[in-house]
Design a binder for this molecule. Structure first.
Ligand code: NAD
Ligand code: MG
Length: 334
């Protein structure tokens, strides 16, 4: 665990270019991280001080948690992500699109020119509304489809509704997941275990099956896996094995669908500041020091993974199939 626990502030930096964000963080960050601005220059950014470092305030929300109630609020790229038409005219469905990596992908996809449908739990309506407004602000179709992915019938309905509203489907992001820390395997009830398996393994199976008949050559399926797939924590017995399964299905499906021209890839985040972690996903001890033990000394923000979700869906990544792209601050390789 790193000893430097001071809250860091990113400095404005010089340089040229338009792809990377130059971000100026005001000293008044008490209300969150969302007041980042996107500068014209793309100078060097020090990744160790770009975003807030631990310690974090102890905080706990009921599952599934809301990004809007986190302190500090995560950065999903609301003010920073700049598109350049990489996904123009594409039609995307993102599960767990209300917050975290799903929201970062939704914002980025819309700014790259895609129409986007998001799924989330009804309890997350408040977060979802913000995402829908951000997609609409880009002049793209924004479709909100709340519902519980643990039900097969809903998974089918979700895809049907998304296809109908978007007029087709060519990007599927299986991103929703359940993560609950349990000290011992003895503390995991059958209901618990079942809920994690249903959300993390069954739902992508059901959603992908429903989506496949609609996917044409050039379409892309992206799964959010985790460093937990290969480097499981002792307190995430059930969750970690679902991520091993996720990494595995991505590789299997890539081989199966590659000949049809459909690419399947995964994103493997390390510790990222999202509602999943503050609603039972991590122990309070881990949460207050979250990400501090990575080589970058801080957790990632969802915005820092947005470009990976874009890249994996874009035409110029056409030879990426069955790949797992990590973003873990230097620890836990995919
Ligand atoms: P998040 O809480 O923002 O997103 C998870 C989403 O899953 C929720 O927003 C919710 O809408 C959805 N969800 C959960 N159960 C559901 C259900 N039964 N029906 C419908 N939707 C449901 O957190 P996140 O960290 O952005 O999680 C996104 C993905 O990233 C997950 O697959 C997670 O396993 C993965 N991941 C996260 C971290 C991290 O440190 N945050 C690290 C590695 C992998
Ligand atoms: Mg959420």
């Amino acid at each position: 665990m790193k000893k430097d626990n001071t809250m860091s502030r990113r400095q404005a930096l010089g340089g040229l270019g338009a792809i990377l964000a130059t971000t100026i963080v005001s000293p008044a960050l008490a209300e969150g991280l969302e007041d980042k601005s996107f500068g014209a220059d793309a100078g060097l950014e020090d990744p160790t001080t770009k975003y807030v470092r631990p310690p974090f305030k102890a905080q706990n929300q009921p599952w599934p948690g809301l990004a809007s109630k986190m302190d500090p609020k995560p950065d999903h790229g609301e003010k920073s992500y700049k598109g350049s038409g990489r996904l123009k005219g594409r039609k995307a469905l993102i599960t767990g699109g209300d917050s975290g990596m799903g929201r970062a992908a939704a914002i980025a996809y819309a700014r790259e020119g895609a129409d986007v449908a998001i799924n989330y739990l009804p309890a997350e309506e408040e977060d979802a509304k913000e995402v829908i407004a951000l997609i609409k602000a880009e002049g793209r179709k924004a479709i909100a489809i709340p519902g519980d992915l643990r039900e097969e019938a809903f998974c089918k309905k979700l895809v049907e509704e998304a296809v109908k509203a978007l007029g087709g489907l060519d990007i599927l992001v299986n991103n929703a997941a359940r993560q609950q820390t349990r000290k011992s395997i003895l503390d995991i009830t059958t209901e618990d275990f079942d809920a994690t398996m249903k959300t993390n393994i069954y739902a992508p199976f059901w959603v992908t099956k429903a989506a496949l008949p609609h996917l044409k050559p050039g379409a892309s399926i992206i799964g959010t896996t985790s460093v937990q797939a290969t480097d499981p924590s002792e307190d995430l017995y059930d969750y970690a094995q679902t991520k091993a399964a996720t990494t595995n299905y991505i590789k299997s499906l890539a081989r199966q669908l590659g000949p049809k021209g459909i690419r399947v890839n995964g994103v493997a985040p390390g510790p990222i500041w999202t509602p999943l972690q503050v609603s039972g996903g991590a122990t309070m001890e881990k949460l207050t020091q979250f990400g501090g033990d990575t080589p970058l000394g801080r957790p990632g923000q969802p915005a820092e993974l947005a470009s990976i979700y874009v890249q994996l869906a874009a035409n110029d990544a056409s030879y990426a199939n069955g790949q797992i792209y990590g973003a873990a601050g230097g620890d836990g390789q995919p």
